[in-house]
Design a binder for this molecule. Structure first.
Ligand code: FES
Length: 181
């Protein structure tokens, strides 16, 4: 028996019981949520296990992980901040907004702040095009949408969130001179 199945045997059984035996593939999303709870991302071996459980290919599982922004195949910070840079948002300054955030955090898109708290990522359309710039935040399983952003507003939110986490770490190295609009 492999690791994911072994650790979560009863929960996997409970989830599969929600679907007919010939529709095991329908359990792939809840199983991915379950897998991601552990480390905040889903490894390839775990995707393979989920594929076996659901009787689909590992490629199909990987494509689901790649499609949905709430699933991750790489480790990241406690806060994932996903900025839409798709066409409509780009026309409203999303690239400049992303650059300003990355500069303040001292990371490139896809990177994690030095204290390990914040990962900033570029994503495709999150269906809030008329309120750009926008970002989606994810903290554990909690996903929120943030519209009509500017760097100062987003950095204020980040300071609030990191302070409330009470991690015991020093505050993030966020610029105190953010451009508040
Ligand atoms: S293009 Fe950014 S939310 Fe649609």
């Amino acid at each position: 028996m492999n690791t994911f199945k072994k650790i979560h045997a009863s929960e996997i059984e409970r989830l599969l019981a929600n679907y007919p035996p010939d529709r095991k593939q329908a359990a792939v999303m809840p199983l991915l949520h379950l897998a991601q709870q552990e480390a905040g991302y889903i490894t390839e071996p775990v995707m393979q296990e989920i594929a076996e459980i659901c009787e689909i290919s590992a490629t199909e599982v990987a494509s689901i992980v790649g499609y949905y922004t709430m699933f991750h195949d790489q480790p990241g910070g406690k806060i994932r901040l996903m900025v839409c840079t798709d066409v409509a948002c780009r026309l409203h300054g999303a690239r400049e907004y992303l650059s300003a955030l990355c500069n303040e955090l001292g990371v490139a898109p896809g990177g994690t702040s030095s204290d390990g708290l914040v990962t900033i990522e570029e994503v495709k359309c999150i269906a809030a095009c008329d309120h750009a710039p926008v970002f989606q935040s994810q903290i554990g399983d909690e996903v929120e949408y943030h519209e009509n952003q500017n760097p100062g507003r987003t950095l204020d939110w980040l300071r609030l969130m990191t302070a409330s986490m009470k991690t015991g770490q020093a505050s993030m190295n966020l610029g105190q001179e953010a451009d508040h609009e």
